[in-house]
Every structure is written in structure tokens, then in C-alpha cells.
Design a protein around this ligand. Structure first.
Ligand SMILES: [Zn+2]
Length: 310
């Protein structure tokens, strides 16, 4: 049996997994992300943790195919990262550095793209080889996999679907500095924004009034048939459906796999997205499947492991 390490490097923790070739996770653990001194300790800490696990499991070097790592930032196919401000990192080659520290082959990818690969390998996208993963969290992230390969683009910005321009009448500013980005409507914070706007528009009765509004509260109200909440869901679905309709015209995936906090509301979110998608996309893309992600926070370690097998 051969083994692979999958590493998901985040701003506060590093998630790690030991996998076998068939994609079973044998062990999962976490270490802290120490960002002092421009994050210079991060890769040595990861290497030490991997080497410790190798010793603990009595693995020999030949048993290990390699180490895959997903990191937050634009990363090219050779493993160069072009700056990761929330780790304190500048531009350097992550794969080479971690390979020198561990002695194993290392493959590196952008965290969102790597999570998409994980969902396609062992999650909601299993069985497909061309998917677009859409992560509706605090922001909106994406990962594009076509014919089994991550589409990272020239500077690693491929899949930054959250910043597709959707609305020229938007007055509030997105985290990226523009106004009217997809993420301003499709993220968990976007749903809350849409909810507040709808509630301020008139005084139609709603169970959402006088409640602390968060994404879950809104979708719970939709499930109860609250008309104001349904208006909010329609607006969410309209913008997201149109946005994904545009993406489908560019890369024509077999399926969209929807994950992130907003997707915890369940398949009801797809009801609002899919009709708008079909209405606005090109006819050749209308039969694109929609699936919910299933791996949650583990998608990153799965995808990282898969990077090395490919
Ligand atoms: Zn933006």
C-alpha cells in the first residue's frame, strides 16, 4: 500500500490527512498556522509534522507517493505562489521548499482549486471529470476543473468567480474594491445584505422582522414559506443563477458543485438557482447538473492528496 499526505494550509490552522491511494483518509490532524516572521515557520512546521507521522507509522520513504498542499493565494502549475498576504508570504516556490524539507515529491495548488479537486475525487462531484466548484461562504470562491485538470490560468486567478461583475446599480463596495460583484449577493454575508434590503423596502409582515438576521435564519424562513424570505431567496437565486450561467458558457462543466456555509441550507438553495440558470444560460449548457458538496472542511485535504496522485 502506498500513502499520500494531503495538507490544507489556512490562515489559522493547517489541516492534514494521511491517505491511501484509493482515497481513504486513514488519519486526520491539525497544527496551528504560526504566522510570525512573515510565515517563515509554516512550511518547517508542516514538514516536522509529516516527518513525525512517517516515523510514528513506521513508513519507509518508498511507501509515500508525496505531499499535496493547498494554500491561499495565486499559485501556478510549477508550485510558485505569487504572494499570500494573510500568511505573510511573498513570491517563492512552495513545492520546492517543502520538498527540500521533507524529501518527498510535493505538489501545490490554490486552496479553492484544490478543494474543487477533492470534491470531484471523493465528494459531491464524484463520477465527473469537468466541474466548477462554487463555495458560498463568507465570500464566494470557485474552482474550475476541466478534463480532470485545475484551470488556474496565467496568474492563478482562474476560478475567482466571486468577483464576476453582476450589478451596475450596486452602491456598496465589495472586499475587492469593486461594486456589484457576485459575492455581494451569493455569499452568506450577501444573503444577509439582501435580507436587510428587502426588509427595509416595505413593511410586509415576515417572521424575519425583529430577528437577528443570519443566513440560516433566512433559509429557515424560506422553508416555512415566509413570503418576504422567498423574495430574498429569489433575488439570491436570480443573481447566482445568472452568474453560473455565464460561467457555463465559458467552460461548459458537467456539473456545478455547491459548497460552503450557505449550502448547509440543503437542496432548497438549488431550487432557486437552477431555474434562473436555465433561463439565462446558452441552450447547449442548460442540462448542466447541480450537486451539493459533501466533504465540508475536508475537501482541501482530499484535493491536496489527489494533486499528487495525478
Ligand atoms: Zn469583488
Amino acid at each position: 500500500m502506498k500513502y499520500i499526505f494531503g495538507v490544507d494550509l489556512g490562515g489559522t490552522t493547517v489541516k492534514m490527512g494521511l491517505f491511501n491511494e484509493s482515497g481513504e483518509v486513514l488519519e486526520k490532524w491539525e497544527i496551528k498556522t504560526v504566522k510570525d516572521n512573515n510565515g517563515s515557520q509554516i512550511l518547517p512546521d508542516i514538514a516536522a509534522s509529516i516527518n513525525k507521522k512517517v516515523a510514528e507509522k513506521n513508513l519507509i520513504k518508498e511507501d509515500v507517493i508525496g505531499v499535496g498542499i493547498g494554500a491561499p493565494g495565486p499559485i501556478d502549475d510549477d508550485g510558485n505562489i505569487y504572494g499570500a498576504p494573510n500568511l505573510g508570504w511573498g513570491t517563492f516556490n512552495v513545492s520546492k521548499t517543502l520538498s527540500d524539507l521533507t524529501g518527498f515529491k510535493v505538489k501545490t495548488g490554490n486552496d479553492a482549486n484544490v478543494a474543487a479537486l477533492g470534491e470531484m475525487w471523493m465528494g459531491g462531484g464524484k463520477g465527473y471529470n469537468s466541474i466548477v466548484m462554487v463555495t458560498l461562504g463568507t465570500g464566494v470562491g470557485g474552482g474550475v476543473i476541466i478534463d480532470g485538470k485545475i484551470v488556474a490560468g496565467a496568474k492563478g486567478a482562474g476560478g475567482e468567480i466571486g468577483h464576476i461583475f453582476m450589478d451596475e446599480n450596486e452602491t456598496e463596495t465589495c472586499g475587492c474594491g469593486k461594486k456589484g460583484c457576485l459575492e455581494q449577493y451569493g455569499s452568506a454575508t450577501g444573503v444577509v445584505r439582501l435580507a436587510k434590503r428587502r426588509l427595509e423596502k416595505d413593511d410586509k409582515p415576515s417572521i424575519l422582522r425583529n430577528k437577528d438576521i443570519n443566513c440560516k435564519v433566512v433559509w429557515d424562513a424560506v422553508k416555512e414559506g415566509d413570503e418576504v424570505a422567498i423574495d430574498i431567496a429569489n433575488e439570491f437565486g436570480k443573481i447566482l443563477g445568472r452568474g453560473l450561467g455565464i460561467i457555463a458558457c465559458v467552460v461548459n462543466p458537467q456539473a456545478f458543485v455547491i459548497g460552503g456555509g450557505v449550502s448547509k441550507a440543503g437542496t432548497i438553495i438549488l431550487d432557486y438557482i437552477v431555474d434562473n440558470f436555465k433561463e439565462t444560460t446558452f441552450r447547449g449548457c442548460k442540462d448542466t447538473d447541480f450537486k451539493l458538496a459533501t466533504l465540508g472542511n475536508d475537501a482541501g485535504i482530499y484535493g491536496a492528496a489527489k494533486l499528487v496522485i495525478d
